[in-house]
Design a protein around this ligand. Sequence first.
Ligand SMILES: OCc1cccc(Br)n1
Length: 456
Amino acid sequence: DGDLLSRTADAAVDGRKSTTAAAVVALDSNPPKGTRDFYPPDMRLRSWLFDQWRSVASLYGFSEYDAPVLESESLYTRKAGEEVTGQLYNFVDKGGRNVALRPEMTPSLARMVMAKKGGLPLPLKWFSIPQCWRYERMTRGRRREHYQWNMDVWGVSGIEAEAELLSAMVTFFVRVGLTSDDVGIKVNSRGVIAEVLAELGVPEDKFASTCVLVDKLEKVPLDEIREDLEALGLERSTIERLTSVLTNTSIESISGVLPPGSRAIEQLSALLDLCDAYGIRDWVTFDASVVRGLAYYTGVVFEAFDRRGALRAIAGGGRYDRLLETFGGEPTPAAGFGFGDAVIVELLRERNILPSFEGSGFDIVVFAMGSDLYRAAVEVASVLRAEGRTVDLILEDKKAKWVFKHASRNEAGYCVIVAEAEYENGEVVVKDLSVGEQRTVKIGALGDWAKEAFQS
Ligand SMILES: OCc1cccc(Br)n1
């Protein structure tokens, strides 16, 4: 029945029905394990956080850069037992290349600097907000991705770089409503460990792995680490000396246990003095137990923590003067930090200082009372948009009750109603949703009305 075309169309629909019938199992609507969807309210929160990070970076004269989320696995094949490289989200691509989703941004930054072979005018003050990945066995149900604000200074060997980074981090905390009662920043230098190991004759090539193991002392007892340290070839006496040095929480006390004239202590004292100059000294505290978990740190290291919670690390960073050499590049001093998007949001939520992002917050909802006025509503919306106002034009013939509910749920400022009687007088009804009052406005005067209503 019917001509060839319609018979063909019917067959196609029937064919699809049978295919659909076969695929009875519904699509799994969850995002991949360990990853998140960002619905509009979540995205507004994320954009707000990124805007805070970007404005602080800009305040400090940092420039934004980016690199592919996919990198060669070879950027991360450090053999120091770090968590971040032990949980690499790596695979072999269709060209047989060993690739990985970046677990951190610093190696990409180093690769970008290498690529310019000294052609970049130093110093660099660069920042980025990359999504970073890890493939952790879901036994711990932790996330596999996060966004991490990276701030780095390349080409400055003095602790002035670290002081600037600490100040930028504090400026962010203050900006989002946190004080030094909420958050502290522990500061130390891996130079302390380097000097102890040197004094005890431990070869330099044990340094990075020793630091990574010492970092684990935060989480696991010494007995478990002791074996690993001995496996590294450290004598028991060395381990005892190290652990005793790490318990120091004042420059004075540690100065007494280190060789006189320690460069690490000299630098830390200078850094703390600069923190005073920045007015952030009360945020910062010396703690010899902080070493951070990345193998490539070589000097000052620091970690922002929540003073009242489980002392979770909010952010961390430090100096990494040898990274470029490990990639075959020229010795180039560098320092930076990474600041994840998860702990800070939890902290702000706990402190009840996270802004709300439930509503779209557009300025105006425009709707026509009756579809024969829709064309007029389009003209009204266009005038208001030309004034730079964000307008949600109701696209269907909805009852006023529905529109007002929609407008207040979305925290809109005003409702502009195109109604027959007023329209015949060349007017529209404007309802101020914050106070519930309404008035009429000449269509020709809508531009002025918008300027005045939103002149804040
Ligand atoms: O901070 C370590 C890390 C790296 C990549 C992804 C996630 Br989630 N966490």
